[in-house]
Ligand binder design. Structure first.
Ligand SMILES: C[S@@+](CC[C@H](N)C(=O)[O-])C[C@H]1O[C@@H](n2cnc3c(N)ncnc32)[C@H](O)[C@@H]1O
Length: 326
């Protein structure tokens, strides 16, 4: 396979299958991380709409991997679908696909994409080009990883699929391997850089998705991780569930007692601080998303940028399993 990686980001697809000839993304920070990890790949900093049929033909590629922007389809978003300007480049690519000699294709997107008008255009184009295709909704926790990231995937190729290989993948919500515990991916964090700030502790502690070292789950890490709490990723505590329950019970009692507000805040702060809540580090999230240890970030990329880039990326193991079908 000679692969063109569209919407390449930090190179999750490249990590899953190391045969990428050329990659393109419009985000310079993502491209910096990509070049840091894959210095020999031709990584273009630019808009996909600038890729003409001739330019792609000159790349001499036969396979396309891509994760187009998902914001037009996210269930909590406006779901503007074909009317969202962020789908323009994908619609452009579908327009030129029939003129390209592409033999295999893999696409990743959020849940909700499968219900969109853009999805209809995608499938119609695949059929028009003579592709066989398979669609999946998969999450890494179904393949033994302690992280949820349920995503839509489509693999397509010009030859028929081997149904026995397709059947090896989890069907519906099936879990084919039990996830290991988080202890395996934890770093020894000695700084307070990752501590949840006091303001978040006081205002949002009831919304934390709390996980422990013996948990075998964590929720999806999004690009807002570290800035927002609700639905953006799990919070780690080195304490036990019993210790956390005890503190939360005492917090509840504290709100019922007749205490002046200042003293109450002081007590709540101390109680919550005792649980040593912290965010997962970018290395830990890389591990949960199945990036190898040698994958790294240039020192100039801030922690917040790392969370954003990882939140946009993919689980390499899930994608690697799907690539086997191609
Ligand atoms: C869902 S992310 C893909 C992440 C990638 N698979 C990874 O592993 O990091 C979508 C990417 O598309 C890029 N993008 C959006 N519109 C683009 C366009 N018109 N041309 C090129 N890249 C674009 C964004 O900068 C973003 O990195």
């Amino acid at each position: 396979m000679k692969i063109l990686e569209l919407y390449s980001g930090i190179g999750g697809m490249h990590t899953a299958f190391k045969k990428v000839v050329c990659a393109i993304d419009i985000n310079p920070t993502a491209n910096k991380v990509y070049a840091h990890n894959f210095p020999t790949t031709n990584s273009i900093n630019g808009n996909i709409e600038g890729l003409t049929v001739n330019k792609i033909k000159k790349m001499n590629i036969d396979t396309v991997f891509m994760s187009p922007p998902c914001q037009p389809f996210t269930q909590l978003g406006l779901q503007l679908d074909i009317h969202d300007p962020r789908t323009k480049s994908f619609i452009y690519f579908l327009g030129i696909l029939p003129e390209l000699d592409i033999k295999r294709l893999l696409l990743e997107n959020v849940r909700g994409f499968e219900l969109s008008e853009v999805h209809n255009m995608f499938i119609t184009t695949l059929k028009k080009c003579g592709f066989h295709y398979k669609e999946f909704m998969l999450s890494p926790n179904q393949l033994g990883e302690p992280n949820r990231r349920r995503r839509y995937y489509c693999v397509a190729k010009k030859e028929p699929f081997d149904e026995a290989t397709v059947a090896n993948l989890p069907q519906n919500d099936e879990i084919i391997q039990d996830p290991y515990t988080l202890e395996k991916i934890l770093e020894d964090v000695t700084t307070d850089e990752y501590n949840v700030p006091i303001k978040m502790l006081l205002n949002k502690s009831k919304l934390f998705d709390i996980v422990y070292k013996d948990s075998n789950r964590s929720c999806c890490f999004t690009k807002s991780y570290g800035r927002y709490i609700e639905g953006s990723g799990s919070i780690f505590t080195p304490k036990t569930m019993a210790e956390v329950d005890d503190v939360y019970e005492r917090l509840n009692e504290n709100t019922q007692d007749e205490i002046d507000p200042e003293t109450r805040i002081k007590i709540e702060t101390e109680l919550l601080k005792s649980l040593q809540f912290r965010f997962f580090t970018s290395r830990e999230i890389c591990r949960l998303m199945c990036f190898p240890e040698e994958f790294g970030f240039p020192a100039s990329v801030t922690n917040r940028q790392r969370y954003t880039l990882l939140g946009n990326s993919i689980n390499c193991k899930v994608v690697a399993e799907l690539m086997k079908l191609l």
